[in-house]
Ligand binder design. Structure first.
Ligand code: PFF
Length: 455
């Protein structure tokens, strides 16, 4: 294990895993999903999913990775034998597709950062129309998303401690600081409290089956679960670390960023008298309007910082998304790390081109004949959502029926001697044995039906 590299310690691992979790999912996707799915009701279900389903899955993934000290494929294969390695490969494949569209959205955010800080974006009259044109201005976006992928590849090519960990140690604290500053600002705006109410006071009548599906998928996506990212990161964790407490810190860090992002976005939306249910363009349209209202200088600074924050958040996630297939090729095929990382980066960038072209410029990619997934980018994102919940569900089956609970417990006792017999042990064992397999298999089937046919 020594020659694969390790995180230098507990903080390094927690920051890197929290960096993987905190990303566009928290700042871009969480607010718009909450906005289209009832606000506070969505938040409530989301929190329930995090603590009852996602936290145990996260503990399981990290434990599997650390036990074997290998990539997602190698870990399942070594512990399970037979065809279990395919579960790892399934996750790796899902990761490739997530990164392909994620990098496109990161490119949008990178472009907004540049256009607000150094261009004339804030002089626009109609930000909705601007966004519509912007996502079809393929030349610059091609370059922005290529740049984003190359930065990701550079960091990952530097290895675990020097690349991934060092980048996260700088970016994660910066992200919190910028976010808190923006919340303070947005809460002082007129009518901000209407946004706070929308976001924090649930209306149970607004909660539908779709609220539950979206909240579940978002919780998995946000915590980077179900595709082996945390198995891979877990494989770089040393045996003296307490996996359960680290997973708790990572879950709380991620959930707090999503929560804070909502607390920043909805007061702004309501102070502008705008509609919260605008979908993926929400932060690009509404927030730029808010930044414009701050005046040319303050708007440039606050807006620029905000989109820089999104880029930081996205980068710590793209790093982990690229690390998953890279670890597989390095561990299993013994390819040199640098060559693997750069070739993957180019390949995944190309895989993302249909998503880049799907916002209108290529009509065939803009309207797919699938319920609820109007464009190719959304379609890939929906398919990835499904594979994450299915992947998480299968991981629970794997632990329960193949690896066995006592082996999980043994691994979790390392670095945490009081684990055996504790409440948390019983909670994790119960949720992984019963709650997650049952709830996740039912919900996964319903999500598939909903995404393809509409319920
Ligand atoms: N958790 C990331 C986000 O919320 O933006 C997305 C993600 C990263 C999903 C890494 C899956 C993953 F393995």
């Amino acid at each position: 294990m020594a020659n694969r590299g390790n995180f230098s310690g507990r903080i390094g691992f927690i920051l890197a895993a929290a960096g993987s979790a905190v990303g566009l999912g928290n700042i871009w996707r969480f607010p718009y999903l909450a906005g289209t799915n009832g606000g506070a009701g969505f938040l409530l279900i989301y929190l329930v999913c995090i603590f009852t389903l996602c936290f145990p899955v996260m503990v399981g993934e990290i434990a599997i990775g650390r036990k074997v000290g290998s990539d997602a494929y190698g870990s399942y294969q070594k512990l399970g034998g037979g065809k279990w390695g395919y579960l790892g490969l399934f996750g790796i494949l899902a990761g490739l597709f997530i990164l392909s569209f994620y990098n496109v959205v990161a490119g949008w955010a990178f472009g907004y950062f540049l256009e607000i800080s150094f261009g004339d974006l804030l002089d626009q009259q109609d930000f909705g129309a601007f966004f519509g044109n912007y996502v079809n201005d393929i030349g610059p976006l091609f370059l922005f998303s290529l740049a984003f992928m190359l930065i990701t590849a550079y960091i990952v090519s530097q290895g675990i401690a020097k690349g991934i960990e060092a980048a996260n140690k700088i970016m994660m604290p910066a992200l919190y600081l910028i976010l808190i500053g923006l919340i303070v600002y947005s809460l002082t705006l007129p009518n901000a409290m209407a946004g706070v109410k929308f976001y924090l006071i649930p209306d149970v009548g607004e909660i539908t089956s779709r609220t539950i599906f979206y909240a579940l998928c978002q919780a998995f996506f946000s915590l980077s679960l179900g595709m082996g990212a945390l198995i891979t990161y877990g494989s770089y964790v040393t045996k003296d670390q307490n996996i359960v407490s680290s997973a708790a810190v990572i879950s709380i860090a991620d959930t707090s960023v999503a929560f804070l992002a909502g607390l920043m976005v909805f007061p702004l939306v309501f102070s502008l008298g705008a509609e919260p249910g605008q979908g993926p363009k929400l932060i690009f349209v509404i927030l730029t309007q808010a930044f414009q209202n701050m005046g040319p200088i303050v708007g440039r600074i606050v807006g620029g910082s905000f989109f820089l924050l999104i880029c930081f958040a996205a980068l710590t996630s793209t790093i982990s998304l690229l690390e998953v297939p890279a670890a597989y090729l390095v561990d299993q095929k013994k390819f040199p790390r640098k060559a693997v990382v750069w070739s993957l980066a180019v390949g995944i960038f190309v895989l993302g081109l249909p998503s880049l072209f799907s916002q209108g410029i290529v009509p065939a990619l803009n309207k797919l004949p699938v319920h609820n997934s109007p464009d190719f980018l959304s379609f890939v994102s929906d398919m990835c959502d499904i594979s994450l919940t299915v992947g998480g569900c299968l991981m629970c089956f794997f632990i329960r029926y193949r690896w066995k609970m006592n082996n999980l417990n043994e691994e979790l006792t390392l670095g945490n001697p009081s684990f055996m017999g504790s409440f948390i042990q019983k909670y994790i064992n119960f949720t992984i044995s019963w709650v997650c397999p049952i709830v996740l298999s039912i919900l996964s089937v319903l999500v598939i039906i909903d995404k393809f046919f509409g319920l």
